[in-house]
Design a protein around this ligand. Structure first.
Ligand code: NAD
Length: 482
């Protein structure tokens, strides 16, 4: 049994203040493999204090170029350890190893913002009749980041890389299910020369997270997780007028237009677009909208593809769907499958209990005859379960796509790209693509409606960690831009 009795506070590894520990249980074997010490409120206080001191200390004096160099070294360190990181995450949350994807996704944001910091100015001169203005971008300050378990390091990187480039300091509270990968990140940052105090990892649950949110020394909260918790965090930040970015749930639609290429459509959706990470990803297309004229052939093709997925040991490189993260999550997803049947949805593949003797598996399931009013079409299931919904015409397809509280992602499948672009423009969602989900670190990642507030990635993701300061200087004064 692995024992992790230290946490990472302000650059030093130390025993936490309290005595709470948690067992990590392997989702495939159902055996406990590690015990990890959890942080408490006093550890958050210490980390926030260290972060504040680092901000007012030498870190606050670094230039964007110097920080960009550090980001480049972090990217290299993560790339070197990508397979090790992916392997740790597979044990933490059951997602397939799949060539180390969970490790590799953390590298891109550091590369992107390293490049951005070397090529973009942080200050700008604006002239007007009334005088000369310097528009400066200052770091927002101490960032408190709260993360989920599904893509723990990739989602952390999307916050940490722009925050460091902006000159912020960072207190990370990973999910209690996935603390070990965050500890590896702390090692990589140390090796890359990030000074003490700039970064802390305090694992813990909701209580510790809420303490971080309420902490007066924290200037901004960056949260990824459920819409329910996001609402609570936003209300606390609202009271304090604290900056907050929210990346929340989704129930995205794939609109399959009547001229879509069936083979390409199904290949894009299964498993990547709708069942990646065992269906535990916010951006997945879990509602498949199909025209009445093509309904039966699309359902048949989806059933064939989902029925042929290789479900099993997540460490086996050929596995496409592994076990869910926890027994609780398995029961929750199984509960949705039961509700789907009870409300009249028809499982064309899956829909039963997993045949695996061990491991928190759910049978990948496709429901046909789904109405958009049914629970399986309205709520985020966060498991390998698809709902196929019929539409009459293009207008109704768009109406159904928009008939959800969420607005995170989406796809339009068609051979007529002009038509696809036009339909995509009518969907109220943060990210949508024609024939594939949009991807890349330059993408402003995030959602509309109850899917969140703000964007991560691209220049927009950097803006979320900066405050603008307008500095007026006398006309003719020769200000040297940073
Ligand atoms: P969750 O909301 O239960 O927990 C997320 C994090 O918040 C965890 O670290 C948890 O410990 C912490 N937390 C819980 N209650 C808190 C509170 N009151 N105050 C402060 N922190 C608190 O979500 P989860 O089950 O870990 O993850 C699944 C959810 O995350 C899904 O809804 C999914 O859609 C969402 N998600 C969104 C994105 C995105 O980018 N939009 C990406 C991945 C996951």
């Amino acid at each position: 049994m692995q024992v992790m009795d230290k946490i990472h506070v302000g650059g030093t590894w130390q025993r936490p203040h309290g005595s709470e520990t948690t067992y990590l249980v392997d989702p495939f074997t159902e055996e406990a493999y590690a015990t990890v010490a959890m942080g408490d409120e006093a550890d958050i206080d210490a980390a926030v204090q260290a972060a504040g001191e680092a901000l007012r200390g030498p870190w606050g004096e670094t230039t964007p170029r110097e920080r960009a160099d550090i980001l480049a070294r972090i990217a290299e360190g993560l790339a070197d350890r990508a397979m090790e990181i992916a392997s740790v995450i597979t044990r933490e949350n059951g997602t397939p190893l799949a060539g180390g994807r969970q490790g590799l996704v953390a590298v891109g944001p550091f590369e992107y913002y390293a490049d951005y910091g070397r090529t973009h100015a942080f200050e700008e001169l604006r002239e007007s009749d009334l005088g000369r203005l310097v528009v400066r971008r200052e770091p927002v300050g101490v960032v408190g980041a709260i993360l989920p378990w599904n893509v723990p390091l990739g989602l952390t990187a999307m916050k940490l890389a722009p925050a460091l480039l902006a000159g912020c300091t960072f207190v990370l509270k990973p999910s209690p299910e996935t603390p070990l990968d965050a500890f590896i990140l702390a090692e990589v940052l140390g090796d890359a020369g990030v000074p003490d105090g700039v970064f802390s990892v305090i694992p813990g649950g909701a209580r510790v997270g809420e303490h971080l949110v309420r902490h007066p020394g924290v200037d901004k909260i960056a949260f990824t997780g459920s819409t329910e918790v996001g609402r609570r965090i936003a209300s606390i930040c609202g009271e304090q007028v604290k900056r907050v970015t929210l990346e929340l749930g989704g129930k995205s639609a794939a609109i399959v237009l009547d001229d879509a290429d069936l083979e390409k459509t199904v290949a894009a959706l299964v498993p990547h677009g709708s069942m990646m990470y065992n269906g535990q990803a916010c951006i997945l297309q879990s509602r498949i909208l199909v025209s009445r004229t093509r309904h039966d052939e699309v359902v048949e093709a989806l059933a064939d593809a989902v029925g042929s997925l290789r479900v099993g040991d997540p460490y086996d490189e050929s596995t496409q769907v592994g076990p869910l993260v926890s027994a609780r999550q398995r029961d929750r997803v199984q509960g949705y499958i039961d509700t789907g049947r009870a409300e009249g949805a028809r499982p064309v593949v899956g829909g039963g209990r997993s045949r695996h003797q061990k491991g928190w598996f759910v049978e990948p399931t496709v429901f046909a005859d789904v109405e958009n009013s049914m629970t399986v079409a309205r709520e985020e299931i966060f498991g390998p379960v698809l709902s196929v919904i019929r539409y009459r015409d293009e207008k109704e397809a768009v109406d159904i796509a928009n008939d959800t509280v969420y607005g995170l992602s989406g796809t339009v499948f068609t051979e007529d790209i002009d038509r696809g672009v036009a339909v995509a423009g009518k969907v109220r969602t943060g990210m949508i693509g024609v024939n594939a989900m949009p991807a890349g670190v330059g993408l402003p990642f995030g959602g509309m409606k109850a899917s969140g507030i703000g964007r991560e990635g691209g220049p927009e993701g950097l803006a979320a960690y900066t405050e603008y300061q307008a500095l007026g200087v006398p006309v003719g004064y020769d200000y040297v831009l940073d």
